[in-house]
Design a protein around this ligand. Structure first.
Ligand code: SF4
Length: 283
């Protein structure tokens, strides 16, 4: 019997592996090979929309390099030369590896051996010949960019043609406290974004949502536009990616979250475009 992967199926055990999870990604438009360092469901943030079950505060545990290497090599072989797409009933038009995405059940840059892990993943992808047709993406909340091992990891990512999707859900500290349970100051966020974009091509990723205690207000939107306008000539951002909450939050606030209507997101995207940025909207 085939097991279908859908755009809302992000189970980390979909392929029965420890570090690797395949996702048919609505954002990427094909197969995204997720790599989850945070197998302990630990993150240094707690976003109200986070879909990680039993999320805990903390860091990724030490990595079993031999296991990651074996899983990634075998998984890529199965996708490239084996029966993966048939077994999972993936539609013909989505039978393409869009990217390897370093993401998962927590903040991936909290991995102690982050730089070495990125190097290993890049080397395997290169040896299997999937770059540059497929991308290499790091999805991060950006909060650990000041760490040397994270910066070294970004250099590695850049070496393999990778890119960073840097999370910024609110332009204000009050918004980030409410949505991300993060205490990062405005200055720190901009410092981290500056470091990141200086080391590797960076896209800004913003989850747009209405949260009862902190709705997506005119003031938030205005502050977001002002921030982008202010940093335009200082920080090179490849794109602004707006996306909505499509998956069920596993946090206590889940019932207080509602998606923002697509027309409102598209209207806001046009305002960002007017500042000179490329923008994408995923609903
Ligand atoms: S940064 Fe990502 S993993 Fe961490 S709490 Fe937020 S959504 Fe979850």
């Amino acid at each position: 019997m085939t097991q279908r992967l859908t755009t809302t199926d992000h189970r980390r055990d979909a392929a029965g592996l420890h570090y690797i999870y395949p996702v048919i990604s609505r954002r990427a438009g094909g197969l995204s090979i997720g790599i989850n360092f945070n197998t302990n469901n630990s993150c240094n943030w707690r976003c109200v929309y986070c879909q990680v079950p039993d999320l805990k505060r903390g860091s990724a545990p030490p990595l079993d390099f031999a296991l990651l290497e074996s899983e990634l090599k075998h998984f890529l072989d199965r996708v490239l030369h084996g029966d993966f797409f048939d077994c999972f009933g993936v539609p013909e038009q989505q039978r393409v590896i869009k990217d390897i995405a370093i993401s998962g059940n927590g903040e991936p840059t909290s991995l102690p051996e982050f730089a070495e892990a990125v190097r290993l993943i890049g080397e395997i992808g290169e040896a299997k010949g999937i770059f540059p047709g497929s991308g290499l993406v790091l999805i991060t909340n950006g909060s650990l960019m000041h760490q040397a091992k994270v910066q070294e990891g970004l250099r590695e990512l850049n070496r393999f043609g990778g890119e960073v999707w840097f999370k910024l859900d609110s332009p204000t500290k009050a918004g980030r406290v409410a949505i991300n349970n993060s205490l990062e100051s405005d200055d720190k966020v901009l410092q981290h974004l500056h470091i990141c974009a200086g080391l590797c091509p960076t896209k800004l990723q913003t989850c747009v949502l209405n949260y009862k205690r902190y709705p997506w207000s005119q003031e938030e939107k205005q502050a977001y536009l002002e921030l982008l306008s202010r940093i335009k000539n200082e920080i090179k951002l490849e794109k602004i990616m707006l996306y909505s909450i499509a998956r069920q939050s596993m946090q206590p606030e889940a019932n207080e979250l509602t998606p923002v209507p697509e027309e409102q997101m598209r209207e806001f995207a046009k305002r960002i475009e007017k500042l000179g940025y490329k923008v994408s909207v995923s609903v």
